[in-house]
Write a protein that binds this ligand. Sequence first.
Ligand code: NDP
Length: 369
Amino acid sequence: MFEKGYIDENYVRVSRDELFSFVVRVLTKLEVPEKDAEIVAHNLIMADLRGIESHGVQRLKRYVDGILSGGINLKPSIRIVREGPSYALIDGDEGLGQVVGYRAMKLAIKKAREGGIGVVAVRNSNHYGIAGYYALMAAEEGMIGISMTNSRPLVAPTGGVERFLGTNPIALAAPARDRPFLLDMATSVVPIGKLEVYRRKGKPIPEGWAIDSAGNITTDVEKVFSGGALLPLGGFGELFGGHKGYGLSLMVDILAGILGGGTWSRHVKNTSEKHSEVGHFFMAINIEDFLPPEEFREKMSRMIDELKSSRRHPDFERIWIHGEKGFLTMQTRLKIGIPIYRKVLEELNSIAESIGVEKLKAGGEDGRA
Ligand code: NDP
């Protein structure tokens, strides 16, 4: 059974269903409508199931803080500002990013079903979790799905030392024979959540992920949190293409921020603050309007098969396809439970205690759920 990441005795297993109902009971206790709480729970738990620890339930505290501080509007009137047959602009009214994002992608899919393509830009939203969640919604409908969001400034542009760009992720999902292709990535070398995982574990970060406040490459995670910055995809300078990650990040700000009448990452704020001004961009492409869906899936699968059987480097056990590790990890975790870092479990249970809901039940003696 394949599983992404390094799971040791510092983790406990929790079943998917228990984790789901825990997130829902916390959010509904804070007066999030049940359907909306379920959308957020699906999004966070999909991250944990697919091995994206940085964007799973370890983020719940941030949303709880955002709700308690009034930074998130629990009863938003999410409205279409303007629309045409193939596009729409949505105002999220500062609702939970997952709820706004879910509705926006549903609309993009509907428009694609009717007219071949659906593009939805969103302004006034909040942190929406993993970008891949929304792209996969379209792939489940037999479409190509694209999803992007801007986020608060954490990344220095090539040649700069200031936090200016967001980690602005891009996701594209497309159906194939066995499982969808899913590219889902930050436009920085790593998202900030990965540094939080290292910080929690008290480990130095690999060289090349980030700089300190003076612009020196650092492995000291505390230096990054106290005034340093992440590096764009491709890393420091131009040698390994840092300028390309920098450009991809701006591409996200143009589509997810400026196009919707929102802003760019430098002005985006934390979910716990009011008017965080997060923007999203969604696109759905109805494959059957371009070619027979079977032909698309067949070509996708042939491409993947060819890639996987191409000549492999001796240092690697296999050639992976985007979305494959996440899918296999999900299958494993649905069987044996989701690993939750003990400190995260403590944090989740102290939230439960403080608001008066039942604590999260971890697995049995062998750590299995
Ligand atoms: P990763 O570097 O973990 O993975 C990026 C992509 O590469 C995934 O599609 C992954 O698929 C794939 N992949 C991994 N290894 C291989 C390989 N050897 N060969 C081929 N494909 C491979 O992602 P990031 O750390 O950059 O991002 C993590 C998450 O953080 C994303 O879900 C992103 O949406 C989210 N994020 C959200 C932000 C927000 O503000 N909301 C900001 C930044 C990031 P697989 O799933 O199979 O591993």
